[in-house]
Design a protein around this ligand. Structure first.
Ligand SMILES: NC(=O)c1ccc[n+]([C@@H]2O[C@H](COP(=O)([O-])OP(=O)(O)OC[C@H]3O[C@@H](n4cnc5c(N)ncnc54)[C@H](OP(=O)(O)O)[C@@H]3O)[C@@H](O)[C@H]2O)c1
Length: 303
């Protein structure tokens, strides 16, 4: 990247940042930190009451006057994402960053209205679609960034993305679940976040838009609380080792705020440093194939 650089740690002031999953956990903590640094926010959420409450608190936590807009979208619905992206495009003269953070895990095999498996749709297809729909607005920014929340858990997807079973049928049902299939499914989507970032950065080479993803570590949030008692009990044990959301959001906030010369587009970060992800996450052939499959699943051709 070239052009004017701001002093380190002051990049987000006055910028317009679209963030998903800002009503809870890591995204909520990140939104607070970004608002406190003077960023204007467009929070994308499925629950209007919750989002408006968060937005009101965010407006108060900055010493400067900031804008906090709410856009309603269910990340499992392409129609809903398209509608929110249209609203953002009409409202915002330019968008400086998109933070794809909303995520979930489903233990049962459910299909979305678009016929896609839920974990895949929310965790991978939603970031792909929202980002591609907002690219024209990002290109109007001096230095735009796309940041996606991945996970160390991507390493569980040892066989990579199963392109013959994009709806992950093998992960569910009695035997699939017995073998921990929903966890593998989640891992596949977090691997997809890394491959998406790498391919996006490649396609955006030579433009003003960069892409990064990161692992927040194990964080005490509301994640996996809607999947029954066993999941809640497992999470309760894991939470003993988890860090606070504010800590889990630190790398995300740093990726948004640090000088561009500290960053490398297309890379995976942990603890404010680049980290080498799994071998599967390093395959540019898989990244290209994933991009093409995602274009087909969203009927979009951009970037
Ligand atoms: N917690 C961890 O240890 C950990 C570790 C690695 C990676 N991650 C990743 O971190 C990200 C944030 O998760 P979290 O741990 O902060 O969990 P969380 O507290 O459950 O927050 C998830 C956020 O995503 C939103 N969301 C989920 N499904 C949505 C949908 N269909 N449409 C719109 N918004 C939706 C939630 O909205 P509502 O408020 O409406 O539910 C919430 O704002 C996820 O991508 C997750 O994979 C988490």
């Amino acid at each position: 990247m070239s052009g004017i650089q701001h002093a380190d740690g002051h990049n987000v002031k006055g910028k317009y940042i679209v963030i998903t999953g800002a009503t809870s956990g890591i995204g909520l903590a990140a939104a607070h930190a970004l608002a406190a640094k003077g960023a204007n926010l467009g929070i994308v959420a499925r629950n209007a009451a919750k989002a408006n409450e968060v937005a009101a608190k965010l407006r108060k936590c900055s010493s400067t006057e900031i804008t906090v807009d709410v856009f309603i979208a269910d990340m499992s619905s392409q129609r809903s994402i398209r509608q929110a992206a249209d609203e953002m495009s009409s409202k915002c003269p330019r968008i400086d960053m998109v933070i794809n953070n909303a995520g979930a895990m489903f233990v049962d095999h459910k299909l979305t209205e678009d016929g896609l498996e839920m974990t895949w749709a929310v965790n991978h297809i939603a970031p792909f679609l929202l980002t591609t729909l907002l690219l024209d607005k990002l290109k109007l920014s001096e230095h735009a960034r796309i940041i996606t929340t991945s996970s160390h858990g991507h390493k569980m997807a040892r066989k990579g993305i199963d392109f013959d079973d994009l709806n992950g049928k093998r992960c569910f049902g009695f035997w699939g679940k017995l073998k921990g299939g929903p966890n593998f499914r989640y891992a596949e989507t977090k691997l997809a976040n890394i491959l998406f970032t790498a391919e996006l950065a490649k396609r955006l080479q030579g433009t003003n838009v960069a892409a990064y993803c990161f692992d927040p570590g194990l964080v005490d949030t509301n994640f996996n609380q809607d999947n029954g008692r066993l999941a809640r009990m497992t999470m309760a044990v894991m939470k003993r080792f988890a860090q606070a959301p504010e800590k889990g959001a630190e790398t995300l906030v740093w990726l948004a705020d640090t000088d561009a010369h500290n960053l490398e587009s297309g890379r995976y970060y942990y603890d404010k440093q680049t980290k080498t992800p799994s071998a599967q996450a390093g395959s540019m052939d898989a990244a290209k194939k994933l991009w093409e499959a995602s274009e087909s699943q969203t009927r979009i051709t951009r970037a």
